[in-house]
Structures are given as structure tokens and as C-alpha cells.
Design a protein around this ligand. Structure first.
Ligand code: SF4
Ligand code: SF4
Length: 90
């Protein structure tokens, strides 16, 4: 496993775009709905390469991707947190 993703099931609207773009078929749509009534995407990371196709296509920024233990795509909240940490260090 060269990569790993985490899907925020409460943010996901189940559009299925990430399912289509994953070259390794790591993502499927859950049979269980989230609190908003959407059926969210769910991941099996066994074949994930960390290519980040899924995170880039997601219209709801619901996917975070790690490659070799490094975040390569994050949602807006995480980006803001990273900037805050960088400021605090400076
Ligand atoms: S990072 Fe790439 S391989 Fe991994 S789940 Fe997303 S699209 Fe698939
Ligand atoms: S692209 Fe985003 S919103 Fe659409 S199913 Fe995948 S994680 Fe959910």
C-alpha cells in the first residue's frame, strides 16, 4: 500500500465521481446513508497508490490522501490549520 485515503462520510454527497476516477477501484458507494441521507463513498486502501485523483475530482473536498505518510491533498479546514501552525512557528 503506497497510499491511503480517508473519506469524510458526513461531507460526502455520494456523487460517485471518485469511484469513476480511481484507477485501482479502491472506492465504492456505501449501502449505509450518512446523517444527511446521502450514501457516501467508502475506501479499501489495499491497492491505493496515493495518486490523489479522487481528492482532486471531489466537489465536496471530502477526501484526504496520504502518500508515504505525507498529506498530499487536504480539505480546506486542514489547509487553514497548516497555515496557522506555520505562522505560529515563525
Ligand atoms: S489516491 Fe488514487 S489510487 Fe488511491 S483511492 Fe484515490 S484515486 Fe484511488
Ligand atoms: S467525489 Fe466526493 S462527494 Fe462524490 S462520492 Fe466521492 S467523496 Fe463523495
Amino acid at each position: 500500500m503506497a497510499g491511503r485515503i480517508v473519506i469524510d462520510s458526513e461531507r460526502c454527497k455520494g456523487c460517485g465521481l471518485c469511484v469513476v476516477v480511481c484507477p485501482n477501484r479502491c472506492i465504492s458507494i456505501s449501502r449505509q446513508s450518512n446523517s444527511s441521507g446521502y450514501f457516501p463513498a467508502t475506501a479499501d486502501n489495499t491497492e491505493c497508490t496515493g495518486c490523489a485523483n479522487c481528492a482532486m475530482i471531489c466537489p465536496d473536498a471530502a477526501i484526504r490522501v496520504w502518500r508515504a505518510s505525507r498529506i498530499v491533498a487536504a480539505d480546506k479546514d486542514d489547509s487553514a490549520a497548516s497555515r496557522r501552525m506555520a505562522k505560529e512557528k515563525a
